[in-house]
Design a protein around this ligand. Structure first.
Ligand SMILES: Cc1cc2nc3c(=O)[nH]c(=O)nc-3n(C[C@H](O)[C@H](O)[C@H](O)COP(=O)(O)OP(=O)(O)OC[C@H]3O[C@@H](n4cnc5c(N)ncnc54)[C@H](O)[C@@H]3O)c2cc1C
Length: 333
């Protein structure tokens, strides 16, 4: 890896002396150790254990739920519905993951999308909502808003308004929470269970956090999302800084690229937005083409050390096919 972006202490960066003092105040032993096999001491630790789906609390029939939080979970759902074209599916949670699941499932069955909120994509804001609603309409996805699932039975689900709906599969997509390992690092976590970090992604003098476990500042008004577009550069910067810190080299600031969202909407394409107000830049087939290109571009090299290190140096992946400014059409290259 080459070149850190910061060096001195005039801009508020910690000096070695300050870090050493902090180390004395907060020695390694203060980290609460999990019960189990101890790997031994470390000089630097990077926590990148990701996040997991928040399971339902005390939901009768919870053992019948499906999810797509992991590849195994998605494979289990796919196997359950394989060769069926007439299934009824209930998707609980109309956020990023629930919307993608519902619109994909609609290709071969009838889907009900359930959410406590009165609107779909509540966390996405109003920017892309019209496109999302149009996609759900086009695919025939029924919305059951302002409600949730209270019970999962054999072939059915009971909603909180008392309605019993047919369900061959109930897919739980209600949010994720950072790995429990974050509790070993910090007493105060954010609402997603993430560890607060400084601009070098340092959580403790000897511990850095990255990906879905890190509550890093995106800018003065926003914290990063639990999304791979942030997880990937966070990992690169945390790894760089852990190494640079050991070598006494300047640390790098985490400086995220422009915030974008590309939500896949099954047979209705995808909606691509830019900025925190999620202004729609492309939708339908054009959005789907962008999604396909993103998925292709984000895969890192896996078997060539030089390529892997070169890719690690490029904290942000340039996407030449993104619309470059408001109102400019996608120039697929
Ligand atoms: C269905 C779905 C669709 C998504 N789509 C998008 C998208 O379109 N765009 C986007 O930006 N983001 C998307 N995301 C989010 C994205 O996948 C995550 O933000 C990203 O994977 C987080 O990266 P990470 O490295 O922090 O964690 P992970 O990718 O979860 O990796 C963490 C790793 O740590 C391992 N691990 C956990 N605990 C331990 C432990 N105790 N010991 C050892 N290993 C451990 C895990 O097995 C895992 O391999 C999606 C997520 C889901 C579930």
């Amino acid at each position: 890896m080459t070149g850190g972006t910061t060096g001195g202490s005039s801009d508020g960066e910690e000096t070695t002396e300050q870090r050493d003092t902090a180390r004395e105040k907060l020695p390694r032993d203060e980290l609460k150790r999990p019960v189990g096999r101890t790997l031994g001491c470390y000089d630097r630790l990077v926590l990148a254990a990701g996040s997991a789906l928040v399971p339902p609390r005390d939901l009768p029939g919870a053992d019948r739920l499906f999810d797509i939080d992991t590849l195994d979970g998605a494979a289990r759902l796919a196997a359950h519905l394989r060769d069926r074209t007439d299934y009824r599916a209930v998707v609980v949670g109309a956020g990023f993951v629930g919307l993608e699941a519902a619109t994909e499932l609609a290709a071969r069955g009838r889907v009900s999308l359930v959410d406590r909120s009165p609107v779909v994509g509540d966390q996405l804001g109003p920017g892309p909502r019209a496109e999302i609603e149009a996609a759900l309409d086009a695919l025939g996805v029924e919305r059951r808003l302002g409600t949730t699932v209270n019970e999962v039975g054999d072939g059915h689900a009971v909603l909180s308004d008392g309605t019993k709906v047919e369900a061959d599969a109930v897919v739980w997509s209600v949010g994720i929470r950072a790995s429990e390992l974050t509790r070993q690092i910090a007493d105060e976590l954010d609402h997603l269970g993430r560890v607060p970090v400084d601009r070098h992604l340092r959580a403790l003098p000897e511990v850095f956090a990255a990906g879905d476990t890190a509550a890093a500042a995106f800018d003065a008004d926003h914290t990063v999302m639990q999304a791979c577009q942030h997880a990937t550069p966070l990992g690169k910067v945390a790894g760089y800084n852990a190494t640079a810190d050991l070598l006494g080299a300047p640390l790098r600031d985490f400086t995220p690229g422009p915030y974008v969202t590309c939500l896949a909407l099954g047979g209705a394409g995808a909606v691509f937005t830019r900025g925190w107000d999620r202004k729609v830049m492309a939708s339908g087939a054009e959005g789907a083409e962008i999604k396909k290109r993103i998925n292709h571009a984000i895969h890192p090299p896996v078997d060539d050390a030089r390529q892997i290190l070169a890719a690690a140096d490029r904290v942000h992946i340039e996407f030449p096919f993104f619309p470059r400014s408001d109102g400019q059409a996608v120039a697929a290259e």
